[in-house]
Design a protein. Sequence first.
Length: 74
Amino acid sequence: MSRTKYLYNALTDEAGQNAARDMKGPAAEVSELAELYEMSRQQSPVFRHYALQLAGKPRQLNLQMVSNGATLLG
């Protein structure tokens, strides 16, 4: 949840594959966040918050695909 991309690297001197080091997440699809909220029986409002905040906003969580935030898969 904490990183901006799926790939991350804790080392500050090596990026490797353009991995993210910043803590400006979440690196999760809107559909995943919504399902995590439901799986928690609506007891973890942070998942709902980010799902609503990111819905419909395109983001690039990996190197190949831009997630548009509007569909189940992306």
